[in-house]
Design a protein around this ligand. Structure first.
Ligand SMILES: Nc1ncnc2c1ncn2[C@@H]1O[C@H](COP(=O)(O)OP(=O)(O)O)[C@@H](O)[C@H]1O
Ligand SMILES: CC(=O)OP(=O)(O)O
Ligand SMILES: [Mg+2]
Length: 403
């Protein structure tokens, strides 16, 4: 790595998408950002924003066959801005890897052995890890000389005690099949819990925070003095809160019932729970903006979907309050958490006895900055703290390669 190499390219490969950002860690500037979606379909789309030059967003549509082709197209867009992957200023590529099992507790320099381990975890992350591996292989092929770093969604949660991480099933069976609570969105929970401490003017070690990461995927975590002690996602990102298209918690016997009595195959049940449940299953929409619009028009299905979403959220706030014993802050983050004031208001409504209150005026203020939405007299701070998974991945990547 040359001394003026201060840029990090962050890649977040989803099952059919590739999100990326190029950051300069010398000053934290975002140089470019973009998204390739519908990879593998006829209607793929690449949207690239050249932030460094302040230029307009550029779009390409048409088939992009796989993640390899997607990253090639991204490399071309970056090169067109003079920010190509061949740049000597590039210090490393940071990859979001969703499942790191119990093994990976920190950002890790990628080697063949690390890729083999990420591959070994595919049975417990069939949607995510294969795409992450393709991203790593393509990036390594494009820049074999450059350090590649894996930043795991699961890493922040590896501090959970066994009492929170173990499911109450036969221990031998659980161990033989890697069955335990791993938790996800860890880079977001880590970043947001630290930013929340900062907002309170305290060190992370001094505060207990309940973090509610409410995006399309959603998860809650209980963070005690900077360390995760419980989280709502489990073996896979299906457990816990009601999400855009995922069910979250349900009686496991529902699966047996669907298999025995509804004649559904394992793949059909998988698709039902991951893609056709949650908000979209309840009311046909997974976007909270659309759901609020429908509620305003008097739509009862949308209103019930909203109530189910909020009820589950409130249960987790209560549960993690009990797990932590003392709570300093509840922090809302990600697309829904940062933008949907009615969700925040409803999730905290009625919890005054727990010291939780939302100020209606503060809750309505729109801002991209971390902010308190609880009144000054409240015993527990309620905050909106924008997440930045890309910045966190870039920071961790850069710290590893420059140490
Ligand atoms: N202005 C808004 N008001 C309410 N909800 C919003 C708003 N903007 C985004 N959202 C919600 O945020 C979701 C996306 O969140 P995001 O964190 O970007 O998800 P992901 O990273 O999982 O794709 C959308 O599906 C939508 O429900
Ligand atoms: C792990 C997970 O649920 O990720 P996302 O929210 O990006 O789908
Ligand atoms: Mg997200």
């Amino acid at each position: 790595m040359t001394s003026n190499a201060t840029r990090v390219l962050v890649l977040n490969s989803g099952s059919s998408s590739l999100k990326y950002q190029l950051l300069d860690m010398a000053d934290g500037a975002r140089l470019a950002a973009g998204l390739v979606e519908r990879i593998g379909e006829e209607t793929s789309r690449l949207a690239h924003t050249p932030l460094a030059s302040g230029g307009d967003k550029r779009e390409r549509t048409g088939p992009i066959a796989d993640h390899d082709a997607a990253l090639q197209a991204v490399a071309e867009e970056l090169a067109a801005d003079g920010l190509g992957l061949d740049s000597p200023e590039l210090a490393a590529i940071g990859h979001r890897v969703v499942h790191g099992g119990s093994e990976f507790t920190a950002p890790t320099l990628i080697t063949d052995e690390v890729v083999a381990e990420i591959e070994r975890l595919i049975p417990v992350a069939p949607l995510h890890n294969p795409a992450n591996i393709t991203g790593i292989r393509t990036a390594t092929h494009l820049r074999p000389d450059l350090p590649q770093v894996a930043v795991f969604d699961t890493a922040f949660h590896t501090t959970m005690p066994e009492s929170a991480a173990r499911y109450a099933i036969d221990t031998e069976t659980a161990d033989a099949h890697m069955i335990r609570r791993y938790g996800f969105h860890g880079t977001s929970h880590a970043y947001v819990s630290r930013e929340t401490a900062k907002l309170l003017g305290k060190a992370p070690e001094e505060v207990n925070v309940i973090v509610l990461h409410l995006g399309n995927g959603a998860s809650a975590s209980a963070v005690k003095g900077g360390r995760c002690v419980d989280t709502s996602m489990g073996l896979t990102p299906l457990e816990g809160l009601v999400m855009g298209t995922r069910s979250g918690d349900l009686d496991p016997a529902v699966l047996l019932h669907l298999s025995r009595n509804a004649g559904m195959s394992v793949d059909e049940i998988d698709s039902l729970l991951n893609k056709k449940s949650g908000l979209i299953g309840l009311c046909g929409d997974n976007d909270m903006r659309e759901i609020r619009r429908r509620i305003d028009e008097g739509d009862e299905r949308a209103a019930l979907a909203f109530d189910i979403y909020v009820h589950r959220l409130k249960k987790y706030i209560g549960a993690y309050y009990a797990v932590l014993g003392k709570v300093d802050a509840v922090a809302f983050t990600a697309g829904v958490g940062e933008n949907a004031a009615p969700v925040r208001e409803a999730a905290v409504a009625g919890l005054e006895e727990l010291g939780l209150v939302v100020d209606a005026g503060l809750n309505e203020i729109r801002s991209g900055e971390p902010r308190l939405i609880s009144p000054e007299y409240a015993r527990v701070a309620v905050a909106v703290v924008p997440t930045d998974e890309e910045l966190e991945i870039a920071t961790q990547t850069y710290a590893l390669v420059s140490s």
